[in-house]
Design a protein around this ligand. Structure first.
Ligand code: PEP
Ligand code: MG
Length: 888
């Protein structure tokens, strides 16, 4: 018999934290908390496999499930002294999703299940509060009607609004029991009228349908989008947790809240959270009422005028903070918890490892390592390398004039400027046009996930630090200001109004997600400072890693940035990039268009001093660190004019007839330039180009060594080699130039000549090529292109479809293909090193900055990775994590 159900309650649990694959995160941790003896309402978890079964069998519940659930409920009844479906002491249930990875707000929930026309009376009697009972019943019908029966929640909201208006009630006036009872009747009528079936009275029917609805929500549109954005496989399915209800809305000694055991924005070691008195859990997340601080310190810091939980409910607060400490020690990580206080009694409803900003993650990891809670390796392993991007966000220059128009909560750090848009659709459309926008909403909902992703920043006028906008923006690393109550959004006129200031859609605003300020216009920004906790983690990472991290850079500016990010050399200088700027392109064109060698040499003579000074700059910035310079690689026509107007223009500059230029351009045309006259093929056709480049490199090395006193050992790299003889030929040219310069200057020059491995043939013939090479650098952009036979320039048109159809899980140009391209790298490494023990191996394709690909490089035994400057910190961290994972 398959075990579909795991129970927990009364200090015992069948599962535990290690079983989140089967029980989902929520279920596994409820079980764990229960075993720890913490106050958890009893319940049961239906395993994720049941969801998988459900989808494999036309959305049917698996056989045996109902009996196991019934048995689980009997256990809950024994613990609570209540009975499901009873008309005297009814047990009410919550039915919640819980997948392996947290998907906040994406899946559905039903609360207060088990209420019907009879048990509502019993609930009122039992609680001594009829108003509460009828309010609970109408909440249940509303949720159930929406989630299970599929009636739009607005139908219910409209009924309630009309009823309030009819009664002459303000928005914050509580309805009486009789009034709620009437609303319940209206709700039930609306359901029957719209759907042709009554609201089900049988609690079992309610339960089975609710479980099926939660399973079904796994495939709703927003969950699919969320999974897509977070690489969560659809095949996982969700668990369902059925738990005894506890009520935070049973009067003023009741409350509900969410908290982090440390501050999720800054990482400060202090309990941080929000609660609402006399409210049910979903009210906090929905951001409908503005919540109060949990600790007195946080209340004072935020200037809140309503009392903290610490002041208002000191006993519950004391047990709560003790539990939080205990959970942190037990899990050895910052926790994000949900709780409810029912008439003074504290209940824990959830714990999970808390989402945090990159800045907080750094601080928490460093602090916990220093507190002795985790090791330094664990601290390093806990930082998501991709999240470092957040720390590289700009902040507002403190010297800049700030035109503050309002403020809200600093919900997700970093500053951003963009045009105001009001809908997610507009945000997505604007992003497609390359416009930067700030998405301004009263509040966001899970439906906005697309728009939030497209935005530079998010501004909401309602909701707290744990509102949807705040949580999702922090997860995405997008700056967010939430709950800016002094700004009014006027959707009809597409304006925001802040006192006397009115801004229209399309106007520029800046938000500062670190201070909560909202500012008019564009403001000067500062680039981030990478010291403090960041510096510590990087230090520990550097100590843990085996591979070195270099950068791909051509300009002095990039080289300097990369050094400041900790690059340990240049792994790829693409010399062709140096020929596009300013007047150089004309000299380059002159060289390409020359009819013969003499003409080419004349143009090359003009390029030599430019190249030499570029290289000298790079050598001096790198100050003795290795610098790999690649000979000219791309097809030459990339430098040539294309349209008639461009041709006329260039012809004028070169003193040529446009028709003659057109003929020459046509003569250079290639059907498939990516596989055409490029790479080392250029140096073989026109050795004078390689000669000029080698000369520039050697002369610059001599100059830089003189200037800095640090010896320079240039590494010259030959691109797109497929044949050993190609490398032999080009190396011959380079060696000859070196000999010439040594003769001319009388100074000895040390240098390396290596090759890119970016063609399958080169990988397979690595044992032979290694005889002529001092190093290999894997050009995985071309190697992916040539292994798959997919053009790098055309891949985007169909790879997205491949991903959507599950044919590949990620773009192989982003994440290295372990099985195919990876296999070629393993073969080349192994064969190359068989010929030359200790042959230096690196990677310089885009994969050199991708954490998963970096893990592969560690496993394959590469010596270094090379990536763009801004990814250097990411690569340092990822390389350390890879080494730690390998037992480093
Ligand atoms: C590569 O092919 O991976 C590489 C680094 O070279 P490029 O991208 O310049 O072709
Ligand atoms: Mg290449």
């Amino acid at each position: 018999m398959t075990k579909w159900v795991y129970t927990f309650g009364g200090g015992k649990a069948e599962g535990g934290a290690g079983e989140s694959d089967r029980l989902g995160g929520k279920g596994a941790n409820l079980a764990e908390m229960c075993s720890l003896g913490l106050p958890v309402p009893p319940g049961l978890t239906i395993v994720t496999d049941a969801c998988v079964w459900f989808y494999a069998h036309g959305k049917a519940l698996p056989p045996g499930l109902k009996d196991q659930v019934r048995a689980g409920i009997a256990g809950m009844e024994a613990i609570t002294g209540r009975t499901f479906g009873d008309t005297r002491k009814p047990l009410l249930l919550s039915v919640r999703s819980g997948s392996r990875a947290s998907m906040p707000g994406m899946l559905d929930t039903v609360l207060n299940l088990g209420l019907n026309d009879r048990s509502v009376q019993a609930l009122g009697h039992d609680a001594g509060d009829a108003r509460f009972a009828w309010d609970s019943y109408r909440r249940f019908i509303q949720m159930y009607g929406d989630v299970v029966m599929g009636l739009d929640h607005e139908v219910f909201e409209e009924i309630l609004e009309d009823e309030r208006a009819r009664l002459g009630h303000e928005l914050d006036t509580e309805l009486s029991a009789v009034e709620w009872q009437h609303v319940v009747q209206l709700y039930k009528d609306a359901i029957e009228e719209a759907l042709g079936e009554p609201f089900p009275q049988d609690p079992e029917v309610q339960l089975w349908r609710a479980i099926a609805a939660v399973f079904s929500s796994w495939m709703n549109a927003r969950a699919i989008t969320y999974r897509h954005l977070h690489d969560i496989p659809a095949a996982w399915g969700t668990a369902v947790n059925v738990q005894a209800m506890v009520f935070g809305n049973l009067g003023n000694a009741s409350a509900t809240g969410v908290a982090f055991t440390r501050n999720p924005s800054t990482g400060e070691k202090a309990l941080y959270g929000e609660f609402l008195v006399n409210a049910q859990g979903e009210d906090v997340v929905a951001g409908i009422r503005t919540p109060q601080s949990i600790t007195e310190a946080a209340r004072l810091a935020s200037g809140g005028d309503r009392p903290s939980m610490e002041k208002l409910m000191p006993e519950a607060f004391a047990s709560f903070s003790a539990i939080c400490e205990r959970l942190e020690r037990h899990y050895r990580d910052m926790q994000d918890v949900e709780f409810t206080i029912e008439r003074g009694t504290l209940w824990m409803l959830q714990t999970r490892s808390g989402k945090r900003t990159a800045k907080a993650a750094m601080r928490i990891a460093v602090d916990m390592a220093e507190e002795g809670l985790i090791t330094r390796h664990e601290a390093v392993a806990r930082i998501d390398p991709a999240a470092l991007d957040q720390l590289l966000h700009p902040t507002i220059d403190p010297r800049a004039r700030r035109d503050i128009i309002g403020s809200g909560l600093p919900a997700s750090p970093g500053a951003a400027t963009g045009e105001i848009v009001f809908t997610s659709e507009e945000a997505v459309a604007a992003e497609k046009e390359g416009r930067k926008i700030i998405l301004v909403r009263i509040e966001t909902s899970p439906e906005d996930i697309h728009g939030m992703h497209a935005a530079e920043g998010i501004l909401t006028t309602r909701g707290g630090m744990t509102s949807h906008a705040a949580v999702v923006a922090r997860g995405m690393g997008i700056p967010c200001v939430s709950g800016a109550g002094n700004i009014r959004v006027d959707l009809r006129n597409e304006q925001i109004i802040a006192g006397p200031i009115v801004l229209n859609k399309g106007d520029l605003i800046t938000i500062d997600g670190s201070s909560g300020q909202v500012l008019k216009g564009r403001i000067a920004m500062l680039q981030p400072e990478l010291s403090g906790d960041f510096g510590r983690i990087m230090q520990w990472a550097d100590a843990a890693r085996r591979m070195t991290v270099r950068t791909n850079a051509e300009t002095p500016q990039d080289a300097r940035a990369a050094r400041s990010f900790g690059a340990e050399g240049i792994g790829l200088c693409r010399t062709e990039h140096m020929f596009f700027q300013g007047a150089r392109i004309n000299v380059m064109r002159e060289m390409i268009l020359a009819e013969d060698e003499k003409g080419r040499r004349a143009a090359l003579a003009k390029l030599l001093p430019m190249q030499r000074s570029d290289f000298a700059d790079l050598f001096s910035i790198m100050h003795g660190l290795p610098v790999t310079i690649r000979l000219l690689d791309p097809p030459l026509h990339e430098f040539l004019p294309k349209t008639d107007a461009e041709i006329a223009d260039v012809a004028l500059g070169l003193g040529m007839e446009p028709a003659a230029l057109r003929r020459r351009v046509d003569a250079l045309h290639e059907f498939n330039p990516m596989l055409g006259h490029r790479g080392c093929r250029l140096a073989i056709s026109y050795p004078e180009i390689a000669e000029m480049q080698a000369r520039a490199i050697f002369e610059a090395a001599v100059d830089a060594a003189r200037e800095t006193g640090a010896p320079v050992v240039p590494e010259i790299m030959v691109p797109l080699v497929g044949l050993r003889a190609e490398l032999d030929y080009v190396k011959g040219v380079i060696d000859a130039v070196a000999r010439e310069i040594i003769d001319e200057s009388g100074i000895g020059i040390e240098y390396l000549v290596g090759t890119m491995i970016e063609l399958p043939r080169a990988a397979l013939q690595a044992h032979s090529i290694a005889e002529a090479a001092d190093f290999f650098s894997f050009g995985t952009n071309d190697l992916t292109q040539t292994t798959f036979g997919i053009s790098r320039d055309d891949a985007a048109r169909f790879l997205q479809t491949y991903i959507e159809k599950g044919i590949v899980s990620r773009d192989p140009f982003v994440e290295l293909d372990y099985d195919g391209v990876g296999e070629l790298i393993r073969i080349a490494s192994e064969r190359g090193r068989r010929t030359k023990n200790g042959l230096k191996l690196g990677i310089c394709g885009e994969h050199g900055g991708d954490p998963t690909s970096i893990r592969f490089c560690e496993e394959a035994g590469l010596d270094y990775v090379s990536c763009s400057p801004f990814r250097v910190p990411i690569a340092r961290l990822a390389a350390a994590q890879a080494a730690i994972g390998q037992g480093g």
